[in-house]
Design a binder for this molecule. Sequence first.
Ligand SMILES: [Fe+2]
Length: 163
Amino acid sequence: MKKLTKKIAKRLAKKYLFKKNLDPYHFIHTAKVVQAVKIISKDKKVDKNLLEICAWIHDIGYSLDNSPNNDPGHAENSLKLLKNEGYKVTEKIKDCILNHGSKGRPKTKEGKILQIAVKFNIIDKDFLKYLIEEKAGGKEIKFLKKRTSDAVKMLKRLKSLKF
Ligand SMILES: [Fe+2]
């Protein structure tokens, strides 16, 4: 069983998310989630290394099924890919990956932070560029509205974290 490192996790994100048929949103999103977990966990006593690893790999499962609304299907697929690659999937990694969606109920501190971070990256220069290049229409605007309201909810949840 191979052990995951941050470097490997980043490599896996590139390997699985830079695919021709895959929406470029996924890699942009993933890189933003990595930045967000670093900021959120800065002053917290959590496993920052594991958090960054999970941030890189949480959505690689989209490379198996790019259909929208397949949560938690893509999260389960992310774990499947890790196992196929021969990496050890610990209980904490499972908690983080499987619960990162809106309906997830993470038990670990790291899982709670990842879930918050996933919703925080909604408007920035790279995402704006993506929206313009992809000629954002009704579908993207609906998504943006949902993500914005999720981000506000997560901001409240972040304030209530007691660690
Ligand atoms: Fe996801």
